[in-house]
Structures are given as C-alpha cells and as structure tokens.
Design a protein around this ligand. Sequence first.
Ligand code: GLP
Length: 245
Amino acid sequence: MNIIISNDYDELSLEAANLVAEIVKQNAYPVLGLATGSTPEGMYKILVEMYRNKKIDFRNVVSFNLDEYIGISSGHPQSYYHYMFSRFYSHVNINPDNIHIPNCQGNDCQVICKMYDEAINAAGGIDIQVLGIGSNGHIGFNEPSEKLYVNTHVTDLAEETIKDNSRFFGKMKDVPRQAITMGVGAILKAKKVVLLAYGSNKANAIRTAFNGEITTSVPASFLQLHSDLTLIADRDAVSLLDISG
Ligand code: GLP
C-alpha cells in the first residue's frame, strides 16, 4: 500500500484530485468509481477548478457512484444523486449518459443491482475507485457483518452509520435505514483504489483496516488484498496505524 500523509484537508483533497486527474488524462475512455461523504468534497472542488482552468476534460469520462440511499428521492438534498450533481457533475463536461448512480426505490432492486454490475463490466471495469471509510470500517455501504457481498446489493445501514450520517439529516429518525451499494467485488476489481481518510474519528477504522488481518467485521480490511491501493490521510487518521515498517 502506498500511503500519502497530508498536512491538512486541502492537501489531502489536492493529492486525491491529482490522482483522479492523472487517470482522466492517461485514458481515452476513463472509468471513475466515485464516492460521496464529507471527505471527498474538497477533491470534487479541485477537479471542478481544474476543469474551469482547462486542465482537464471530462468529455469521455464514464462514472459509477458507489452507493445511494433507499427511501429518499433523487431530489432530496441528502441524496447522493443531489450530492454528486451539486458538487461535481453539473459543473464539468461529463456526458450525462455516462453518469451512473445506483438507484432503486421499488421492488425491482434485484434487476437494478444486476444491471449496475453489468454496466460496470461493459464499461471495461473501473480505472480508479475513490473511497471514503465509515467510522465502523465500511466502504460504500458495505457494512460490518458476518458476510460481505461481491456484487451490487441492497443493505441495511449499521446503527453506527445511521448515527454518523444523522449529522446531515438533523434527526436520527430521518436517516434512511437502507441503501443500494456496489459490492466489495467491483471495488477490489478496480485497477486502482484510492482511500481517503481525514480526522481522528477515522483513526480506529484505519487501524483495524490495515493491521494485517482481513475480516468481514471491517469491510475496508479487504483493501489490503488490492495490488494498487493508495491511502491518502492526515496525521490524525493514521495516528493509530503502525507505519514504521
Ligand atoms: C457514507 C458513505 C461512504 C463514505 C462514508 C464516510 O455513509 N456511504 O461512501 O465513505 O460514509 O463518510 P464521510 O466522508 O462523511 O466521513
């Protein structure tokens, strides 16, 4: 694993944006796996700036978002659809037909999940997967559990995640209880994975994810199996990690 330790949030965001920009520039048809949450917000800001300064072109980019809540509409201010369009997609020249955000609100979820994985495969797989990490070690909405799923699926949110994400909804009771998420299979199949972690509330998740053990109770620990993983973190997030060796 390659570890980049940043001095502050701006530096972390710039490092992440540079890695994404590199892939966009190198590939004729780049396929991006994108994450939401507060951590990558700065990265999206910088990518938009790069686009405005004509340093990057998203014309041929295909994107796949990791996850979406079930139970709120795309128009809800806390939907990941709204997050992605308001912070990124609406501000760059990505072709709307190339944007993929999983979404199922009815009883057709199984079909939608299958189609999502097929679309990722048809695009040739993901060139770079950007990830955040939950304070409980989740990636996407692959929550700690007895078993994890390879493919896109519907999942119940863990209590800790509902608590963490209540800061965006105001009240615990307004946080959706379910989500659709890419499985760990598509994440691990990405050619390159970039994990972003910022702040001391991620220190324990980072410690348990990279302590040499792999367990479904810390989904991010499976990232240790990836051959091209970069962790971009500030000092607080890696404060419990033994990086001496
Ligand atoms: C959310 C998302 C994840 C995200 C994580 C951390 O619930 N499903 O994709 O990485 O939690 O979010 P934050 O960056 O706000 O701490």
